[in-house]
Design a protein around this ligand. Structure first.
Ligand SMILES: Nc1nc2c(ncn2[C@@H]2O[C@H](COP(=O)(O)OP(=O)(O)OP(=O)(O)O)[C@@H](O)[C@H]2O)c(=O)[nH]1
Ligand SMILES: [Mg+2]
Length: 305
């Protein structure tokens, strides 16, 4: 059987919860079922959602709304699918009919911003869009070069500035270039930062303000890249970034490298933000538009023994 990239990417998470799913399916008593469900939800790292679902399952099993423990696995799939927020239509609609649609990309150090931008260039390009990338990470020495290499591979144009120069100045130049060249999408790469780095957080705000001045209404999309391997910690990061820029959606990177894929479930729920894309590897093709139904199907696909 050829596994889809998503199923393959979720292998570690599926390995972690596989035997628990099997035991949940074979339980016959209420007590056993509740025990298995509890272990499954906590092992899957779904966060506070676990207690909510446990309470709901117990209430529904006792009231008869759920006729028997055998119905619990399907019930769980349905509940989890409902919890997940994916894109409503296109994940990155071309919002600006007058000029470039601007996508600002933020996140902590090493979250996968630059790699995700490369993947987005590839994805947007494959749909016939022209893309310019603004190399606004002027903070880290090798950042510009890394982005340039990706842009060459994906056919996007890269606008750069001097090392340590003002990122807002690069954003300014990139926005001007995108207008002059009548480009469909302008993507802005930014330096990794922590919420405690007040100057860097302020810099992000300044980049956004410069973009808005040159292209009114922009940035049209502000994506927060979260590293799926950080599990529940990603929630905290998202809240703090949200205080600085109005995050419109999440790119969840490195799902292939983690057994904590279940954290995805609580990220949507706790942030009330859609997961727009998921990263499933290190090459430009390893990006998928997030689809809650497909994600749950992949998560519940048994590991072949
Ligand atoms: N396995 C896997 N690795 C990834 C994925 N996305 C990014 N990476 C790796 O994560 C590391 C950091 O990625 P970058 O894209 O440089 O992260 P960044 O957020 O731009 O980092 P800074 O600019 O330093 O803040 C690199 O080694 C990437 O190859 C993914 O979806 N899967
Ligand atoms: Mg980077």
């Amino acid at each position: 059987m050829v596994l889809s990239k998503l199923k393959q990417g979720l292998t570690r998470t599926r390995n972690k919860i596989g035997h628990l799913l099997r035991s949940l399916s074979s339980d016959t008593s209420l007590e056993e079922t509740m025990d298995s469900l509890e272990e499954l939800l906590f092992t899957a790292d779904v966060g506070p959602l676990a207690s909510e679902l446990l309470e709901k399952a117990e209430t529904q099993l006792k009231s008869g709304e759920l006729a028997s423990p055998a119905d619990v696995p399907q019930w769980l799939r349905d509940e989890l699918t409902k919890v997940l927020l994916g894109p409503n239509g296109s994940p990155l609609p071309k919002t600006n009919s007058e000029g470039p649609t601007v996508v600002l990309v933020a996140g902590v150090n090493g979250a996968g911003k630059t790699t995700s931008i490369a993947k987005l260039c590839h994805w947007l390009g494959s749909q016939g869009n022209s893309v310019i990338v603004g190399a606004c990470d002027t903070f880290r020495a090798a950042a510009v070069e890394q982005l340039q290499v990706w842009c060459e591979r994906t056919g996007a144009n890269c606008i750069t500035g001097q090392p340590q120069s003002d990122p807002a100045a690069v954003a300014h130049d990139a926005a001007q270039a995108a207008i002059a060249q009548n480009i469909d999408y302008l993507i802005i790469d930014t330096a990794g930062r922590l919420h405690t780095q007040k100057n860097l957080m302020a810099e992000l705000d300044k980049v956004a303000r410069v973009l808005e001045r040159i292209i009114p209404g922009s940035p049209h999309h502000s994506l927060l890249v979260l590293d799926a391997t950080t599990g529940q910690n990603a929630i905290q990061q998202a809240k703090l970034f949200g205080e600085c820029v109005p995050v419109s959606g999440i790119v969840l990177s490195k799902l292939d490298g983690t057994a904590k894929g279940g954290a995805t479930l609580s990220i949507s729920k706790q942030l009330s933000l859609p997961v727009l894309f998921i990263g499933l590897g290190e090459s430009k093709e390893d990006l998928e538009v997030f689809d809650p139904g497909q994600f749950i199907d992949a998560l519940f696909t048994p590991i072949q023994q």
